[in-house]
Design a protein around this ligand. Structure first.
Ligand SMILES: [Zn+2]
Length: 323
């Protein structure tokens, strides 16, 4: 049987680089820097999405693509925000609908992936969503997740699952699961869904599993089992083919003998691989995206029909059917 593989792309948002907000918070500055000394890019142009769409189409890469519904707390993607390039916002969303949706599930990564939003006043709370989640329960998280799903629906991007910003919900996971199920049922009429929160990037035992089942209803927790060395491309000024190939080698060497994907392939463990929008953008150099393209080429050249790219919802359904 052909081995499933999915690529989870965390953190995409129209026009903004949400990582800028993460770095600004972590470095307590309005001018966050990378290890190279460069300023972190605050925006990611629509053209980058076009390049990404071309790579996944060429390589047949499938999985999940987050769309932050209320990126960085600036405003809902259905309305834009102060200073927003409205034409760029529409172009970005349109490209996602036409070029990404055929290959990838869409999920929110809850609302802002920055400071939490007060749903009554639509003002930002002092805490980020990760810290906020630690003292929530199903009753408070359900409307929060529902609002994220409603914004995506209004943008004609219906989600099949939920991605956790950082480790959102990890301390209250049983309540978080209930909230995801209730929001999915109420807003999207879905009783079969999945979420992404955990990772295990060393051993090769398959970690994704069913966490809830009742009648035809199920919920699957997908675990990433591949780390994100593409992230390092943000912190290197190198752009040559040798550099890009060396990053690809960490996943799958040219001869197929080494790399994290090889470890999982040899163990016959379905490959759930997480990367980030900023890892692919590489602060404008796009070396991460070039490495993804090269890894996709090697996967096809070395493994061909022994591997099957699929959407996360398809992998979740396989796991649920297997029981
Ligand atoms: Zn994220």
């Amino acid at each position: 049987m052909s081995l499933p593989i999915v690529l989870i792309v965390d953190d995409p948002a129209p026009l903004v680089n949400v990582y800028w907000w993460h770095a600004a918070e972590a470095q307590a500055t309005e001018n966050p820097l990378l290890a190279t000394g460069e300023a972190v890019a605050r925006d990611i142009p629509v053209d980058f999405l076009r390049h990404f769409a071309s790579v996944i189409a060429t390589r047949g890469i499938k999985g999940k693509f987050s769309v932050l519904p209320y990126p960085a707390g600036l405003g809902a993607i259905t309305d834009g925000w102060s200073g927003c390039d409205q034409a760029g916002l529409s172009r970005w969303l349109d490209l996602v609908r036409r070029e990404v949706v055929p290959l990838m599930d869409i999920t929110p990564e809850i609302l802002t992936h920055a400071r939490a939003l007060d749903l009554e006043s639509l003002s930002l709370l002092p805490e980020n969503e990760r810290a906020w989640s630690r003292h929530q329960n199903a009753a408070t998280m359900t409307p929060y997740i529902s609002y994220a799903l409603e914004i995506l629906n209004a943008a004609d991007l219906q989600a099949t699952g939920v991605t956790s910003p950082w480790d959102f919900g990890i301390d209250v996971e049983s309540q978080y699961r209930v909230a995801i199920r209730d929001a999915m049922r109420q807003v999207n009429g879905r009783s079969q869904s999945w979420y992404f929160l955990h990772q295990e990037i060393r051993d090769t035992a398959f970690r994704s599993h069913v966490v809830y089942r009742e009648g035809d209803s199920w919920q699957v927790s997908l675990w990433s089992q591949v780390g994100d060395p593409l992230w390092n491309t943000m912190n290197s000024r190198e752009t040559g083919a040798g550099y890009v190939n060396s990053i690809a080698d960490g996943y799958l060497s040219e001869d197929g003998s080494s790399g994290r994907l090889v470890e999982l392939f040899r163990a016959a463990t379905p490959i759930v691989w997480c990367t980030h929008w900023q890892s692919l953008y590489s602060n404008g150099r796009m070396t991460g995206l070039q490495a993804l393209d090269e890894i996709g080429r090697r996967i096809d050249a070395l493994w061909g029909d022994a591997i099957t790219w699929m959407k996360c919802s398809e992998l979740a359904a396989m796991i649920a059917q297997r029981g």
